[in-house]
Design a protein around this ligand. Structure first.
Ligand code: ADP
Length: 453
């Protein structure tokens, strides 16, 4: 930009200098005209002298008459001489303004400007001024030089300021990026959950914020994986240990012992085998849900018998834990189009959770009736008075592998795999219903699901 501004300014200065020369020449023409008109040379002679004396660029100034005879000259000795040189003839013969370069006898270079003098359209003479090329160049160069210096200073200042500015800007960008790279590296090396300090409100701070969320989520997933592994181990080992110890007992007791406890022991073994089978089925169900292969075969069926069947199954477990189990089923429960086996699985999961997290003396209640919000749905509730679920966990408790961490981690009996509620949600949704939970810590939980009539 500076370069182009400079070129433009040079043209402008040259133009200005030329205009000054023309206006000087026009002044001489005017004075020459008056002097010829009045036939009075005195004023013209003084004016010509003044022109040369006051302006360093003027080498000579003269006025010639119609015969190309000098009537006034800055060099008085040349007055009344006829001009015969080539340049003089060219100036004399020009019908308008001309500029011509000349070489002086002393070797100096001159640019001559000449203009005819006319009175009422008739040419009466010619005004000529010779300007020193050297002086003009010096004046032009001087002003260009000053201008150039100013421009270079400004350009240099702008350059330095923008350089510093861009360095500062790149530092403010690269520094946080370096920090980000460092922390991302840590996560890559398995140090999950590390966070970056978020400062300001710009693209980088948003990125850092999102990274923190991701890092937190990774840690959470890692914890869920650990809980799941612990849960799986527990689910597999405890029935196996029970089966093994009962079989050992039976072997040790011999025939007599078998006659005494054999039948009961076989029941215990069978229950543990069933428990193992349930767990493996849960794993298979999750795999099916994930690959969208879980099917529900809907048939018109009654809900009541399914609920009674499940409560009967858990009666013994409830009485062992001193838990009261009641049902409150509406009389007008209609037949539903449902997969009774899958709904049994839903109720089993909800009820076994309720028993697992219920304390002795508690009360579990199963309610079923038409939904108050939407009568075209049946709403089933499994409500307990157990430990409850913290408010932050209840919204995502239906996610796969999700378990409530905290004090219950230490209680081996409540250790699970976090699959039960995920299966519940998937089955209910395959039926076109909804599932949700409400809970208050220490006061119990209620799980609801709806099924279309
Ligand atoms: P699992 O019981 O095998 O861990 P679920 O998906 O059935 O898996 O349950 C997920 C988690 O939800 C449980 O680990 C438990 O922390 C919590 N939970 C479920 N039902 C209840 C309940 N009735 N009372 C308290 N906590 C519950």
């Amino acid at each position: 930009i500076s370069y182009f501004v400079m070129i433009d300014e040079e043209t402008h200065i040259l133009q200005q200098e030329k205009e000054t020369q023309i206006s000087m020449l026009k002044g001489l023409v005017q004075v020459g005209k008056e002097s010829i008109y009045r036939e009075d040379d005195l004023f013209l002679t003084n004016y010509v002298k003044l022109l040369k004396g006051t302006n360093d660029t003027v080498i000579y100034a003269m006025v010639v008459d119609v015969e190309n005879r000098i009537i006034s000259h800055s060099e008085p000795g040349l007055i009344y001489e006829y001009v015969k040189d080539k340049a003089g003839l060219r100036a004399f013969g020009s019908p308008g303004l001309i500029f011509q370069p000349l070489k002086m006898d002393n070797g100096g270079e001159v640019v001559e400007a000449a203009l005819p003098i006319e009175i009422r359209g008739r040419k009466v003479g010619t005004a000529r001024i010779g300007f020193s090329k050297e002086e003009i160049d010096e004046i032009i160069n001087k002003s260009i030089r000053t201008y150039r210096e100013q421009l270079i200073t400004v350009a240099l200042l702008v350059f330095i300021v923008s350089l510093l500015g861009s360095m500062l800007l790149s530092f403010t960008i690269t520094n946080p990026i370096r920090k980000l790279v460092k922390v991302v590296g840590k996560v890559g090396r398995g140090n999950l959950g590390v966070r970056i300090k978020v400062r300001g409100n710009n693209e980088l701070s948003w990125l850092a914020g999102e990274f923190n969320k991701m890092s937190g989520k990774l840690k959470e997933l890692d914890q869920m994986k650990r809980d799941f592994t612990a849960g799986v181990t527990h689910e597999l080992r405890s029935p196996l240990v029970a089966i093994e110890s009962y079989i050992n007992e039976m072997i040790r007791g011999g025939e007599e012992g078998f006659k005494k406890h054999g039948r009961d022991d076989l029941y215990v073994i069978k229950n543990n085998v069933v428990r193992l089978g349930h767990f493996i089925n849960d794993l298979l169900d999750v795999a099916k849900i994930e690959s969208a292969r879980m099917k529900v075969v809907k048939r018109k069926s009654e809900l009541k018998p399914v609920i009674y069947e499940v409560t009967t199954l858990f009666k013994k477990a409830c009485s062992e834990k001193n838990i009261k189990l009641t049902t409150e089923l509406s009389d007008d429960l209609p037949e539903l189009s449902m997969d009774a086996n899958r709904i049994r699985q839903v109720l089993t999961n909800l009820l076994s959770n309720a028993i697992k997290f219920e304390s002795s003396g508690g009360h579990i209640k199963i309610t079923a009736g038409k939904s108050e919000e939407n009568p075209s749905f049946i709403r089933v509730t499994v409500k307990d008075t157990g430990v409850g679920i913290p408010p932050g966990d209840i919204e995502n408790i239906f996610e796969k592998f999700r378990q409530v961490s905290g004090i219950r981690d230490n209680v081996i009996e409540t250790r699970g795999t976090g699959l039960g509620l995920f299966i519940v949600k998937s089955i209910v949704e395959l039926h076109g219903g909804k599932v949700w939970g409400e809970s208050e810590i220490g006061k119990g939980s209620a799980f609801y699901f709806t099924l279309p009539v």
